[in-house]
Design a protein around this ligand. Structure first.
Ligand SMILES: Nc1nc2c(ncn2[C@@H]2O[C@H](COP(=O)(O)OP(=O)(O)OP(=O)(O)O)[C@@H](O)[C@H]2O)c(=O)[nH]1
Ligand SMILES: [Mg+2]
Length: 358
């Protein structure tokens, strides 16, 4: 019925054009031709876009071992314990450098823990100079832009629609994948025993004792931040992770290390998670064959890309499945303050700038 009406309308337009005098008719035909051409170009471009992109970009898949750690300025003595504070950030603003200065002040490790800055944009000589002149601990750099171009096997990043775009079509999801999987595979980090993640919008506040030492003493595999909740209503597809986990557990005959935690983690319409903008991970734990198998399996579902399963829920469930309760320390057990996003950042004033420029 609708089709017949449309047909009728198109017929009326054609009749209208044909019955106009020569001059008006030519103009109308011209306008319609232009409009139709635009529509055709738009359709063809959309269909061919991925082919064009694929043919333009090199077929060589970036390799993790090609990334090179580098330093700037004179070397400094680092922790004998092979601990690392790792920050992933696109760039290095003045604000960011001031925050890192605060980290030096707050974290009582005698400036011995190495700081690793994993950046994707080019860092100018000035930024590097500012950073090493203002931060007392050893600093390493790793350019990780190619990681933001590495997708799981059989995932079509061009033809798949992204439901969350920040800094690029898939950057947010690739950031999640980075903290869930890639960080443990980086050949450049294999010498490190404990890695603290601290996001560039997070800050440790007041004085913190050396929590790496505490983890060693307690033989902990993870230092957790607050427990938060991810809801299906806010992020549709979240609950699919529950199904996938329970199936995985059954199929692989997993003896869950913290059954109570796992049971409470899954509500009907929410999943609990660790706010892992700050966390400390023991590398060895995340490289155990059973944990690796789980990480690889979840990665192959493409759930991070399809439903934006976050590293926060993924981490929480990983802990429930594979870590003993006594192996997980919690920030809330200690008097350690922290903030994410709602931090009162130091203002970049002319005085702080002057100090940074020294
Ligand atoms: N190099 C690089 N770092 C990124 C990119 N996207 C996110 N990051 C970093 O990854 C960390 C986590 O990213 P956020 O955007 O804060 O993620 P989030 O905390 O889950 O989300 P928010 O609640 O919006 O803060 C931050 O330190 C970011 O700077 C990216 O495209 N490139
Ligand atoms: Mg954040």
């Amino acid at each position: 019925m609708e089709f017949r009406m449309m047909f009728h309308q198109v017929g009326s337009i054609i009749y209208f054009i044909l019955t106009k005098n020569g001059y008006v008719r030519k103009i109308l035909i011209f306008i319609i031709t232009i409009l139709i051409s635009f529509v055709i170009i738009f359709i063809v471009y959309n269909k061919l876009d991925c082919y064009i992109q694929e043919s333009k970009s090199s077929k060589v898949i970036p390799r993790l071992d090609e990334l090179k750690i580098y330093t700037y300025g004179p070397s400094r003595p680092s922790s004998v314990n092979n601990d690392l504070i790792a920050i992933l950030s696109p760039e290095m603003s003045l604000q960011f450098i001031l925050r890192l200065k605060l980290l030096d002040v707050s974290f009582a490790d005698n400036f011995s823990t190495t700081l690793l800055i994993m950046h994707s944009n080019y860092l100018s000589e000035n930024s590097l100079k500012r950073l090493v002149n203002n931060i007392k601990r050893p600093i390493l750099f790793l350019k990780v832009s190619s990681i933001f171009n590495m997708f799981p096997e059989n995932f079509d990043s061009c033809r798949t629609k992204s439901n969350w775009q920040i800094r690029g079509k898939w950057n947010y999801q690739l950031m999640i994948r980075f903290w869930f999987k890639i960080i443990f595979e980086l050949p450049q980090l294999q010498e490190y025993k404990y890695i603290m993640r601290l996001d560039d919008d997070s800050q440790i506040i007041n004085t913190w004792f050396n929590i790496f030492d505490e983890m060693r003493i307690k033989r902990a595999v993870y230092f957790a931040n607050d427990v938060i909740i991810e809801e299906e209503r806010r992020l549709p597809g979240t609950m699919k992770f529950k199904q996938v986990t329970l199936e995985y557990q059954k199929q692989n005959n997993i003896t869950v290390k913290q059954p109570d935690m796992l049971q409470k983690a899954f509500g009907d319409d929410y999943i609990l998670s660790y706010a892992n903008n700050f966390e400390v991970m023991q590398m060895e734990f995340f490289q155990r064959p059973n944990v690796r198998h789980w990480i690889e399996t979840i990665d192959r579902t493409h759930g991070i890309f399809k439903y934006r399963w976050g590293d926060a829920i993924l981490r929480y469930i990983t802990m429930a499945l594979f870590a003993e309760q006594h192996e997980v320390l919690h920030r809330s057990q200690y008097n350690l303050s922290y903030c994410h996003k709602k931090c009162r950042w130091p203002k970049v004033t002319s005085i702080s700038l002057e100090r940074l420029n020294k």
